[in-house]
Design a protein around this ligand. Structure first.
Ligand SMILES: [Zn+2]
Ligand SMILES: [Zn+2]
Ligand SMILES: [Zn+2]
Ligand SMILES: [Zn+2]
Length: 259
């Protein structure tokens, strides 16, 4: 669904902030209340609000009372009283992000990438790994959704909808049982434990497991495991391996991926 509305109150107002200090302003201002209860009071110039409260615990508005709007958060209060109201309205709002072309799930929607990919009209939403790249004019799946490019040993191009084309299945297809466990005679299976990992098939007897780096396989380490070309350099599948010959030992371990 579309996120809650943004509320806008415009007019000649008294604005009072109380926290450690008390400040009072009067002017013809526009107050914006976001769905997350962030309140911004803007006057005539500059990008900075005259007064604001980020993610207030509560925002109450009362058209009848003197104070049109009261926002509270941890001992801070922001009050806006309209003396002469120019306007009070609700507008539909959504996250804004990089546009990715039309939404296949509705008539006129546009997909954007903010946290995940979502339609700004119908609210369809798709989770994507943080390191995925998506080209607005790129490759689209037969279902109409864009494909994302994700590096997990190879570069995979899969539909945004995991039920349509599964990244996990593609990675499993490519690398399941491809590498031997360095600590026993088992194979490494491709598993999902939060992110994708290469974990020993002998679990729980052997608890060897490595998060799959965000990169492509470019060789083999002296320890026998594959090496990955990542944006921070070449590294062994084992982030703690000390047998990396080239380029050096200081390859930084990647943060665990969260896809
Ligand atoms: Zn849509
Ligand atoms: Zn698809
Ligand atoms: Zn093992
Ligand atoms: Zn190694």
């Amino acid at each position: 669904m579309i996120d809650d509305a943004i509320r806008v109150l415009a007019g000649d107002c008294t604005v009072i902030t109380e926290g450690p200090e008390r400040e009072e302003y009067r002017g013809r201002v526009t107050t914006i209340v976001k769905p997350d209860n962030t309140v911004l009071v803007h006057d005539v110039d500059g990008y900075q609000p005259v007064a604001w409260l980020t993610r207030a615990d509560s925002v109450s508005s009362d058209r009848a009372a003197d104070f049109a709007l009261v926002a509270k958060k941890e001992g801070q209060t922001l009050r806006v009283a309209a003396h002469d109201r120019d306007g009070f309205a609700h507008y539909p709002s959504s996250a804004a992000g990089t546009p990715l072309g039309p939404c296949p799930d509705c008539e006129n929607g546009t997909l954007v990438r903010s946290s995940g990919v979502r339609c700004i009209d119908c609210g369809s939403e798709y989770g994507v790994p943080r390191d995925a790249t998506i080209q607005p004019d790129g490759n689209r799946c037969a279902c109409g959704l864009p494909r994302m490019r994700v590096e997990r040993g190879l570069a995979f191009n899969v539909c945004l909808d995991r039920d349509c084309e599964s990244l996990d299945a593609a990675v499993r297809e490519a690398f399941d049982r491809e590498w031997a466990c360095p600590n026993c005679d088992g194979d490494l299976r491709i598993l999902r434990r939060g992110g994708l990992i290469a974990g020993c098939e002998r679990y729980p007897d052997c608890d060897t497991g490595f998060a799959l780096p965000n990169g492509v396989v470019d060789g083999e380490c002296a320890c026998g495991l594959p090496t990955f070309d990542t944006h921070s350099g070449t590294r062994c599948l084992d982030p703690n391996c000390d047998r990396m010959l080239e380029p050096a030992l200081e390859a930084e371990p990647e943060p665990a991926s969260d896809d």
